[in-house]
Design a protein around this ligand. Structure first.
Ligand SMILES: Nc1ncnc2c1ncn2[C@@H]1O[C@H](COP(=O)(O)OP(=O)(O)OP(=O)(O)O)[C@@H](O)[C@H]1O
Length: 311
C-alpha cells in the first residue's frame, strides 16, 4: 500500500504540488489526470523516490520512502516522462545495464530481460541500436526497463506517449495483466485509457487534488437523455420534481423536439427513474422520442472538475 500524506513540492516560488494526500491499495490501477502543469509528473517523481517533497511524507507498506528509498526503489518500476535513454546502446545491453543497477543478477537477469522484451513486443529489436528506434519503440524500451524484476509497484508517466493505435491497445492490455501482480499508477492525457484500465482516478488541478474516486462510482452517477416533442410545456418542472432526479438541463431544441439531460441523485436507480420519466412524459401528453441511460463519461467529469484550470 502506498500512502501519500500532505505532499507539497515547491520549486522556488512555484508550488507545483500542494497538500496532496491519497492512499493506493495493493493491485489497484490508479489513473493520474490533470491539465498540463497540474503536478502529475512532480507527484510521480516523488512517489518514485527521485524527488523529495518539500513537506509531507510517502510511505510504502508502512515504510517511509525518505528513510528507505533504495530498498523501496528495488520493488518499483518507473517510466519517467523523459527517459534518459542511451542512443549508442543496444536495447538488450541497455536492459542488462538497468537490471544490474536494480540489483538483478545471473539467471534472473536474463529471464527478466526476456520477459520485459516479450511483454513490450520488443523481442525483435533486442539487438537494435536505441538511437535508430522510432519514438514509439523507444517508449516501449522505457516501459520494458520499468518492468525488469517484476516490480510490485509500477509508476508510468504517460506510457502510451508516441505509441501507434496497435501499441496503445497492447499497452492497455499489458497494464491490465500487470495489475494482477502489481500496483500501477499511470498518468495520461487520454481519458479512454483511464476508463479502459483504471480502477480509480485522481484528478489534479493547479497542484491540488480535485477528485479521488473509483471509476465504478463515476459510472454509477448515471444520467438520462430525454427527447420529446413540444406537447407539454410544463414537462420541465414535472421532471424536476421527480424523485431520483437531481437536475434537469436543457440540451438542443428545434421546432419539432426538445432534449434534456437528467442528472440523477447518487442513490437513484437509473431504470426506476427511467420508468417514472416515461410515465410522466406519457401522462403529460407529450410524445417520447428518446430516453436513454448513459453513465457519466470521464471526459465530462474532467471538464467539470478542471473548469478554467484546463485552459
Ligand atoms: N524541476 C522543476 N523546476 C521548476 N519548476 C518545475 C520543475 N518541475 C516542474 N515544475 C513546475 O511544476 C509545475 C507542475 O509540473 P509537472 O511537470 O508536475 O506537471 P504535469 O501535470 O506533469 O504537466 P504535463 O501534463 O505538461 O506533463 C509546473 O508549473 C512546472 O513548471
Amino acid at each position: 500500500m502506498i500512502e501519500a500524506s500532505h505532499l507539497t513540492r515547491r520549486f522556488g516560488r512555484n508550488t507545483a504540488v500542494s497538500n496532496v494526500s491519497f492512499t493506493i491499495r495493493d493491485n489497484e490501477v490508479v489513473g493520474l489526470l490533470g491539465p498540463n502543469g497540474a503536478g502529475k509528473t512532480t507527484i510521480m517523481r516523488m512517489l518514485s523516490g527521485y524527488l523529495e517533497p518539500t513537506t509531507g511524507e510517502i510511505s510504502v507498506d508502512g515504510e517511509k520512502l525518505g528513510q528507505n528509498a533504495y530498498c523501496i526503489q528495488r520493488q518499483l518500476g518507473y517510466l519517467p516522462e523523459n527517459l534518459p535513454i542511451y542512443p549508442e546502446m543496444y536495447v538488450a545491453d541497455y536492459l542488462h545495464y538497468v537490471a544490474t543497477i536494480k540489483g538483478i543478477g545471473g539467471e534472473a537477469r536474463v529471464r527478466s530481460i526476456r520477459e520485459a522484451l516479450y511483454a513490450t513486443e520488443m523481442q525483435e529489436h533486442a539487438l537494435d541500436n536505441i538511437g535508430r528506434l522510432s519514438r514509439g519503440q523507444k517508449q516501449r524500451v522505457g516501459v520494458a526497463q520499468a518492468l525488469l524484476g517484476r516490480p510490485r509497484y509500477l509508476i508510468l508517466d504517460e506510457p502510451t506517449n508516441g505509441l501507434d493505435p496497435h501499441q496503445t491497445e497492447h499497452m492497455r492490455e499489458l497494464i491490465g495483466q500487470l495489475a494482477r501482480r502489481a500496483t500501477v499508477i499511470v498518468s495520461t492525457h487520454i481519458m479512454q485509457e483511464v476508463e479502459a484500465v483504471c480502477d480509480r482516478v485522481l484528478i489534479l488541478r493547479n497542484g491540488q487534488l480535485a477528485l479521488d474516486r473509483p471509476l465504478a462510482d463515476l459510472r454509477r452517477c448515471a444520467e438520462l437523455h430525454l427527447r420529446t416533442d413540444h406537447g407539454a410545456p410544463e414537462l420541465y418542472s414535472i421532471l424536476q420534481a421527480l424523485p431520483g432526479i437531481d437536475s434537469v438541463r436543457p440540451l438542443e431544441e428545434d421546432e419539432h423536439s426538445q432534449s434534456w439531460r437528467l442528472e440523477l441523485t447518487a442513490d437513484a436507480d437509473a431504470e426506476t427513474v427511467a420508468g417514472l420519466v416515461s410515465d410522466c412524459v406519457y401522462n403529460s401528453g407529450a410524445r417520447l422520442y428518446r430516453l436513454e441511460n448513459s453513465g457519466r463519461h470521464l471526459e465530462d467529469v474532467f471538464r467539470e472538475v478542471i473548469g478554467d484550470a484546463g485552459h
